[in-house]
Design a protein around this ligand. Structure first.
Ligand code: GDG
Length: 751
């Protein structure tokens, strides 16, 4: 099921009869084939039907039903305030970095929420178990959460067709939190480019203090997956059209009419984001700078009428028309006007004929989510000719190697790029176009839709059904078997695993219960205990020296076996780098109240547990970025733990411990590792698949098992020492209150 504001068809009343025609625009053209193939529904607004008679409305509904389209009726008032108002007057300019165009009295939020609710209601009503719901674009960013509330188990994807702006810009939006919350109702959020995904992640951090993983963010008990899916075009259809005899005849007409002049082409919705005034300015500068060009060049600009109800679009239209008039007035000759301006939609045949007739295509938006015109031009150039001049700020620029890229704000650079394109050698043009065509044909609109939907399907498999295809034994069963028959080696993280995360690292000293537990475990026959922590040697010695447990400090850099008093380092320490990094850490500690620096022998850490939540997360993000740049050439790595950023020697990780233990452990020894921190993932990954790896808490993890918190860890471990055959029926029962789950099954352990 597709849910989008606009539909793939437009309703028109001609001589009293309602008819449907295909809608233009990227979204409609891109999704139409998928909709027709999938047999699913498309839910959207059919346009303003307020002037239709009841019979015409009935007739329209019937025609839509035959096309598997469900209309969402919006009142005139809603259209004005939700669509023209909030979506197009506030969100559109802001997401395109044109902040000055956001009205001072930005209004329409209520109407936006109500309209989103109407779309969510319509989708929920049509939903059948097993359906996939795919929501589109900035007009409907609240629908994912609204649907999630009504359909907690539905598979919901959302794709944003416009840029997601830098968090510095996004944060301007007064409704920034509500919109993020709305989006996070989806299982998968798709963007055209990595930059947009990064901006979204940074906004989550800045606005909500939420720290996403690389490709997902955990919200309560759900993962919201994040992905990059650059939208493509129906390349084979454009190629076929380009060779259609009717199109070829039109190409000849257009060229004949140009009478030997080189053709530069622009095709856009008449929208202020598309960069038309600066483009015209570049043409004017080119023609005034080189008057001989006036009879050698024709600039054709198709400007498709768009959002005419919005006042800023009306003013913009007048501005563009004035510029065209001025250029033709000052640069025209007796035999021609250099700018051919067409303010209307053209047919597909005409569109492709123009693509094929052009010597250079000017796609110079100030910002554009993707820009499909650029890709359609390439798909139509079956002759491998023509040059694409493309704005750096179009999403397409991240993919289209072979284009001449340009900063659309730099008018001189646009002039140069046009001159370069028009004088480019045929060999260079051909080589560039071949590269472009390869990309556009390989990544067409089908690949885009399939890529998104496959990923969406996979996100739900993660959650619901992988247990059926890859059954995992449950933790209690595994432990019971191991305890009966084998020696056990326990690798235990400390903070967050055996004790709760304290407000300050110094306040996390072990309590009596945990000390007794570790003593009992270590004295149980056949059990050996290793504490594997990021803490310093001195802290671990002070807390645990008297216990018969093996200690690993600084993520395994230092080791002190249970039987010895001496610490050994696993690599040579060259601590000079710490002195260089230290000022950066101290700067952040000074500017972030409640945070502190910890200096160890082979690493340095900045803890921000006590910092104000959002501010701490934001500062951590800044520090991580800064260190990433500053240390990129050093044998060091930046790691992020729970409320801590740490720099350490590359290669020193808890994986070292895993390797040492595997080398030492007697054959058949059963290894169980428990940890809550990202640094424990190194350990989990380095252990053999036969080990029991257990993550504490809800963080995404590669561990086989999951327990809720340190209290459940203690109960699990206590069960191992209760008797010589500890996991008796009683022992198992103690674990059966929902505290132990197998992550892939997501269910209560049923040992
Ligand atoms: C949004 C994002 C993103 C244009 N003139 C005519 C015509 N068109 C068709 C083109 C193309 C579509 O309209 C325009 O698509 P764009 O991608 O260039 O721009 P937006 O409408 O702003 O689309 C954009 C897109 O969503 C998809 O995600 O790329 O960044 O802003 O398909 O062919 N079609 C016909 N006559 C015209 O005169 N027949």
């Amino acid at each position: 099921m597709i849910v989008s504001n606009r539909l793939p068809v437009v309703a028109r009343v001609v001589d009293g009869t309602v008819g449907l025609s295909d809608a233009g625009g990227g979204l409609a053209t891109g999704l139409r084939p998928y909709h027709e193939r999938s047999g699913g529904l498309w839910i959207g607004w059919p346009g303003d039907v307020s002037k239709m008679t009841p019979e015409q409305r009935h007739d329209l509904d019937e025609q839509l039903r035959q096309r598997a389209i469900v209309p969402v009726a919006l009142s005139r008032d809603h259209i004005e305030r939700f669509y023209n108002g909030f979506a197009n007057r506030v969100l559109w300019p802001l997401f395109h970095y044109l902040i000055d165009r956001v009205p001072v009295d930005a209004a329409g939020w209520d109407a936006y929420s109500q309209a989103n609710q109407a779309f969510a209601d319509a989708a929920a009503q049509e939903y059948r178990t097993g359906d996939t719901i795919w929501i589109h674009d900035y007009q409907l960013m609240l629908v994912p959460a609204m649907l999630r509330e009504r359909l907690p188990h539905a598979r919901i994807g959302f794709f944003l067709h416009i840029p997601f702006p830098s968090s510095e810009v996004y944060r301007i939006l007064p409704w920034r939190r509500q919109i993020l919350k709305g989006l996070l109702g989806a299982d998968l959020l798709g963007f055209h480019t990595f930059a947009y995904l990064r901006h979204f992640v940074a906004s989550l951090l800045h606005v909500e203090g939420v720290e996403p993983d690389i490709d997902r963010v955990r919200i309560a008990d759900r993962d919201v997956h994040l992905g990059v899916f650059p939208m493509g075009v129906d390349a084979s259809r454009f190629a076929a059209l380009a060779e259609d005899p009717e199109v070829e005849a039109r190409v000849r007409d257009i060229r004949r009419d140009a009478a030997g002049r080189q053709i530069v082409l622009g095709i856009d919705r008449l929208d202020y984001t598309k960069g038309i005034p600066r483009r015209l300015h570049a043409i004017e500068r080119l023609l005034t700078g080189a008057p001989e060009r006036r009879d050698q060049l024709r600039f054709i600009q198709v400007a498709v009428p768009s959002r005419g109800e919005v006042d800023s679009y009306q003013r913009f239209k007048r501005h563009v028309e004035e510029s065209v008039g001025r250029i033709n007035g000052t640069c025209g000759t007796l035999s021609s006007s250099p700018v051919h301006y067409i303010h209307q939609s053209v047919s597909q045949t005409e569109l492709v004929a123009l693509y094929r007739a052009a010597d250079a295509m000017l796609v110079t938006p100030l910002r554009d989510g993707m820009n499909l015109v650029a890709k359609e031009f390439v798909a139509s150039r079956v002759d491998d000719d023509g040059v694409l001049i493309l704005s750096e700020f179009a999403g397409a620029a991240a993919e289209l190697d072979g284009a001449v890229t340009v900063n659309p704000y730099d008018v001189d650079a646009v002039v140069e790029s046009i001159e370069r394109a028009l004088s480019m050698s045929p060999q260079e043009k051909q080589a560039r176009m071949k590269t472009l065509r390869q990309r556009v044909c390989d990544h067409d609109v089908d690949a885009w839709a399939n890529g998104f939907l496959e990923r969406l399907a996979a996100t739900r498999e993660d959650r619901s059904s992988s247990g059926l295809t890859r059954p995992e034994p449950c933790l209690v069963t595994v432990l019971t078997d191991a305890r009966r028959t084998r020696r056990i080696r326990l690798l235990l993280d400390y903070d967050g695993t055996l004790v709760p995360i304290a407000r300050s690292p110094n306040l996390a000293a072990p309590d009596h219960e945990v000390l007794a537990l570790l003593t009992d475990l270590a004295s149980s026959p056949g059990v050996e205990v290793d504490l594997v922590s990021g803490r310093s040697r001195s802290t671990l010695s002070a807390w645990f020296e008297h216990l018969p447990v093996s200690l690993w400090a600084e993520h395994g850099f230092w080791h002190r076996p249970a039987s010895r008093r001496l610490w050994r380092a696993s690599a040579d320490v060259a601590p000079t780098w710490i002195a260089r990094v230290r000022p950066i850490f101290e700067h952040f500690a000074a500017s972030t109240p409640g945070s502190e620096v910890e200096i160890k022998s082979a690493s340095i850490a900045w803890h921000f547990r006590r910092a104000q939540r959002d501010f701490g997360a934001r500062q951590a993000h800044e520090l991580r970025m800064l260190l990433g740049d500053a240390l990129s050439n050093q044998p060091l790595e930046v790691i992020e733990g729970r409320k801590v950023i740490e720099v350490r020697l590359r290669g020193v990780s808890k994986a070292l411990v895993a390797h040492r233990i595997q080398a030492e452990a007697p054959p058949g020894c059963f290894v169980m590792a428990i940890g809550d921190d990202r640094t424990d993932e190194d350990l989990f990954r380095a252990l053999p698949a036969s080990s029991a790896t257990v993550v504490v808490g809800s963080r995404p993890s590669c561990a086989r098992f999951r327990v809720r918190d340190y209290r459940h860890v203690r109960r699990l471990l206590r069960t191992l020492v209760t008797s010589t055959h500890p996991l008796t029926t009683n022992g198992s029962a103690a674990l059966l209150d929902g505290s132990l789950t197998c992550p892939d099954l997501g269910s209560v352990d049923d040992a």
